[in-house]
Design a protein around this ligand. Structure first.
Ligand code: IPM
Ligand code: MN
Length: 346
């Protein structure tokens, strides 16, 4: 019989609340014969305050054994900036070689987007997840003096760029519109820009059925707002992808709906699914957080594990729920989770 062995890292702030709803919907959508096992990991701000640990080796090792990881949110104002981000979230992405950071955007019905009523938005950003300026390559001289100097080096390898570009071409080839846009800034970042563009053009020759385009990242932000329908699949580096996907979330329905997958397509390590949003300490513990982004991340998780029908059921349930949402009636985190669980079960 089939089974899913899931690691759960609720993390900080609203992470706890939204993950509970994600699991509720996961339980509701899975067929009877699929055995779901979950193991919760106590990681995040509270753990750090208590023990000083961010992600000890023993837990990293234990996480390796699961089929997938569901993560809520990491980060808290009581912890110095970067400690949990680098020591936990990025450590997981790097240790498990999550080189595909998959972030789809769809214009959902009835959402408070500046683009409401515009042509359908349906694109996916394939953000590189293990390189760029995220590797911690840099340093500071004369720190804290008026003569301080800081560097933050963007690391780009032929191996790392080619594998994400290939994955993006595969994804584009599998979609109806078959269009792939490379986003970079090769008019200024000439060395990394050359590697990305050269690799993109080389791989493009193997995918004649995919139409290709190149945009500088600044121009891409304009088109995200003025002409989002021009995008199908976008491939870009770690930092550009971080920024673009917050913008994508804002124009396509709000950050409360944006899902993501940190994927290692080789299967060598468990992939990790999380909402794009953060821990939102300002609304934590009040039942105000929209769990939809986490629920949609559960759909990505199911698709990754081969449960396509169940993933689609969740996405349809979210569309239906949003279509019937009445903006004047505020629902709690729990109520939204219940409504989605009922829909996927029927
Ligand atoms: C995200 C977040 C992270 C990132 C932070 C918290 C390290 O913004 O998942 O988009 O920059 O990747
Ligand atoms: Mn981000």
């Amino acid at each position: 019989s089939r089974s899913i062995d899931l690691a759960v890292i609720p993390g900080d702030g609203i992470g706890q609340e939204v993950v509970a709803q994600g699991l509720k919907v996961l339980n509701a959508v899975l067929p009877q014969d699929v055995k779901l096992e979950t193991k919760e990991y106590d990681l995040g701000a509270q753990r750090w305050h208590r023990t000083g640990d961010t992600l000890p080796d023993a837990e990293l090792e234990a996480l390796k054994g699961h089929d997938a990881i569901l993560l809520g949110a990491i980060g808290d104002p009581s912890v110095p900036s970067g400690v949990l981000e680098r020591g936990l979230l990025l450590k997981l992405r790097f240790a498990f070689d999550h080189f595909i950071n998959l972030r789809p955007s769809k214009l959902f019905p009835n959402t408070a987007t500046p683009l409401a009523g515009r042509p359908d938005i349906d694109f996916v950003v394939v953000r590189e997840g293990t390189e760029g300026p995220y590797t911690g390559n840099g340093g500071s001289l004369r720190t804290g003096t008026p003569a301080e100097v800081a560097t933050e080096v963007s690391l780009n390898t032929a191996y790392g760029v080619e594998r994400v570009v290939r994955d993006a071409f595969e994804r584009a080839a599998a979609r109806p519109r078959k269009k792939l846009t490379l986003v970079h800034k090769n008019n200024v970042l000439v060395y990394a820009g050359h590697l990305w563009k050269n690799t993109f053009d080389k791989v493009a020759a193997e995918y004649p059925q995919v139409s290709t385009d190149y945009l500088h990242v600044d121009a891409a932000t304009i088109f995200f707002v003025t002409q989002p329908e021009r995008f199908d699949v976008i491939v870009t580096d770690n930092l550009f992808g971080d920024i673009l996907t917050d913008l994508a979330a804002a124009v396509s329905g709000g950050i409360g709906l944006a899902a993501s997958g940190n994927i290692n397509p080789t299967g060598a390590f468990p992939s990790m699914f999380e909402p794009v949003h953060g821990s939102a300490p300002d609304i934590a513990g009040q039942g105000k957080a929209d769990p939809t982004a986490t629920v949609l991340s559960v759909a990505l998780l199911l698709r990754h594990l081969g449960y396509e029908a169940e993933a689609a059921r969740i996405e349809d349930a979210v569309s239906a729920d949003l279509a019937e949402r009445d903006g004047s009636v505020a629902r709690t985190t729990d109520e939204i989770g219940d409504a989605l669980a009922v829909r996927v079960a029927s």
